[in-house]
Design a binder for this molecule. Structure first.
Ligand code: PHE
Length: 342
């Protein structure tokens, strides 16, 4: 065998081996890689082993050159195998990245975005922030002092009925009768704020509340409220109405109207239901009123010195109105086709 033939054979070997190792990388396939390794580097009958036989057939004086070349090719094949193995084990990612075909169309990543209720919450916080109300948070697991007692809702009040609340089956808390529950209203935060701070108070709190309601197009067992509280000297219902009007027109538009209907809440006196007129219908958004003197006393304020107003509105209702959503369940069934529209 001539030296030229021998070298040609080795070159062919390197060329076809590099193609096949490249293939294994493309397929990100360990099995293919292993088969290729055996085909070329297999100790018993690999193609390299086969080529080595040619070494014995070249002329004696060509042997040093042929031997040197053979060793180079052996090293080269081992390198090809090693780098293919590294690429594949480095994860499909590296394998794919190294074989990126820039002529193919790109893969557009699917981006998520902020849930419509969270968007609404952010916007409402913003509006109230401009009116000087700072946003605070309270716990969703409450005791009956904050959810009822301090809000002037006594033990025998029907609002405390176990059928109307999610009481928790856990050990007693430090306050009240020791019952804990998922809060049924954000009015709990009024108490938590007033317990820790002296007037003037000007806060909003937006968060989840829980009620075992029958679920339908307008009811869900979990929903969100925006609670507002302002306590200062000489606060009147005119201030309440003014703030709610500004709030409503900022969120729904300039032409919105506000209406108060007499109502009752244990923690406000007088109490009202808040309606907003929008696109020719009156819609009920929640309750409001002047903070009851008993509540001010419960947190250690003097009702002769300060007065205040509070309101609690449904966030879902506001969001649904604004976007024309007619079933609350759409908001919570995680259907990305629906959610992607907001
Ligand atoms: N917490 C009341 C409710 O959930 C709403 C409300 C808040 C009423 C503040 C008056 C004052 O129905």
């Amino acid at each position: 065998m001539s030296l030229n033939d021998f070298i040609k054979q080795l070159d062919d070997l390197v060329e076809s081996a590099s193609k096949q190792f490249e293939d294994a990388i493309h397929q990100v396939d360990h099995q293919v890689l292993e088969e290729t390794r055996i085909e070329y580097l297999g100790a018993k009958s690999g193609k390299l082993k086969e080529a080595q036989k040619g070494l014995g057939k070249v002329a004696k004086e060509d042997k040093p050159v042929a031997g040197k070349r053979f060793n180079e090719v052996k090293t080269r094949l081992e390198e090809l195998f090693q780098s293919a193995a590294d690429t594949i084990t480095g994860g499909g990612k590296k394998g794919k990245a190294e074989t990126l075909d820039v002529t193919l169309p790109g893969v557009r990543p699917r981006l998520g975005h902020i849930h419509p209720i969270t968007q609404t919450i952010d916007e409402l916080k913003d509006i109230m922030g401009r009116l000087g109300f700072s946003a605070v948070e309270g716990p969703e697991i409450e005791d009956d002092w904050h959810n009822f007692e301090a809000l002037n809702i006594p033990l025998e009040h029907p609002a405390r009925d176990p059928l109307d609340n999610f009481y928790l089956n856990i050990a007693a808390s430090s306050h009240g009768g020791g019952n804990q529950l998922l809060r049924s209203q954000t009015s709990t935060v009024q108490i938590r704020v007033m317990e820790n701070k002296q007037p003037p108070i000007r806060i909003v709190s937006l968060g989840r509340v829980y009620r075992p309601d029958e679920i339908d197009a307008t009811h869900y067992a979990m929903f969100h409220q925006i609670e507002g509280l302002l306590v200062d000297t000489n606060v009147t219902m005119a201030d309440l109405k003014y703030v709610l009007r500004l709030f409503a027109s900022s969120y729904l538009g300039e032409d919105v109207e506000i209406r108060f209907r007499p109502s009752f809440f244990p923690f406000t006196e007088p109490s009202v239901e808040v309606d907003m007129r929008w696109q020719d219908t009156w819609l009920e958004f929640g309750g409001a009123g002047m903070v009851d003197p008993n509540v001010l006393k419960a947190v250690g304020y003097d009702p002769e010195e300060v007065t205040g107003f509070a309101f609690g509105l449904g966030v879902e209702r506001l969001c649904m109105r604004r976007h024309g959503i007619n079933d609350i369940r759409y908001l919570y069934d995680s259907n990305t086709k629906f959610l992607a529209q907001f």
